[in-house]
Design a binder for this molecule. Structure first.
Ligand code: HEC
Length: 156
């Protein structure tokens, strides 16, 4: 019991000290993430979630299997000429893409691939690696969201 009180005190002091440090971050201008993004001329949001029409985090619930089914159809029509789920093809394998990229990033990649390859450092790297530019496949935002549901449904 006697040891608990000093320990609590030290923990409290530590929390207080660390909390104080963090409080200074926003006023000093930018977090590490923002600084990294700035180096590429992007906002922290764009760095993490891509550049394009999706400018805010979206709420995702349980996978909507009806949407996923229609997404699969669109994917087969418009994406499988370049993408497979499990193998590298003209573009990267996509089964686990929802673990590697945020949903917003995936939507922006589908809806705005040309600007993504020009301005986003990670997509630029992919372009170099795959030596092909992904082109816009004329998908609406709703179609892109259906494809996203499909990609979520195949990732296991
Ligand atoms: C002309 C071939 C081509 C077509 C068609 C195409 N892609 Fe791509 N895709 C690529 C290439 C190449 C890359 C990587 C380089 C780049 O972004 O240009 C890529 C990248 C991606 C990425 C990012 C992958 C990652 O690991 O970050 C996603 C997601 C994606 N494509 C989804 C789609 C979807 C969904 C469709 C259908 C609407 C589609 N692509 C159609 C060639 C294509």
């Amino acid at each position: 019991m006697t040891k608990i009180i000093p320990t609590l005190f030290i923990v409290a002091l530590f929390v207080w000290a660390c909390g104080g440090g963090e409080k200074n971050e926003p006023s000093s201008g930018s977090s590490a993430k923002e600084k990294l993004a700035q180096r590429f001329g992007l906002t922290a949001f764009e760095y993490e979630n891509g550049i394009g029409p999706i400018k805010e985090k979206i709420e995702l619930g349980e996978i909507d299997m009806i949407k996923a089914k229609s997404g699969e159809k669109i994917f087969t029509e418009k994406c499988t000429q370049c993408h497979k789920l499990d193998e590298r093809y003209t573009g990267p394998a996509l089964r686990d893409v929802t673990s590697r990229k945020t949903p917003e990033f995936i939507l922006n990649q589908i809806l705005n691939p040309e600007e993504m390859t020009k301005r986003h450092p990670e997509v630029k790297k992919m372009l170099a690696q795959y030596a092909t530019q992904m082109t816009f496949q004329n998908v609406s935002e709703d179609d892109a969201k259906a494809i996203l549901e499909y990609l979520r449904s195949v990732n296991k």
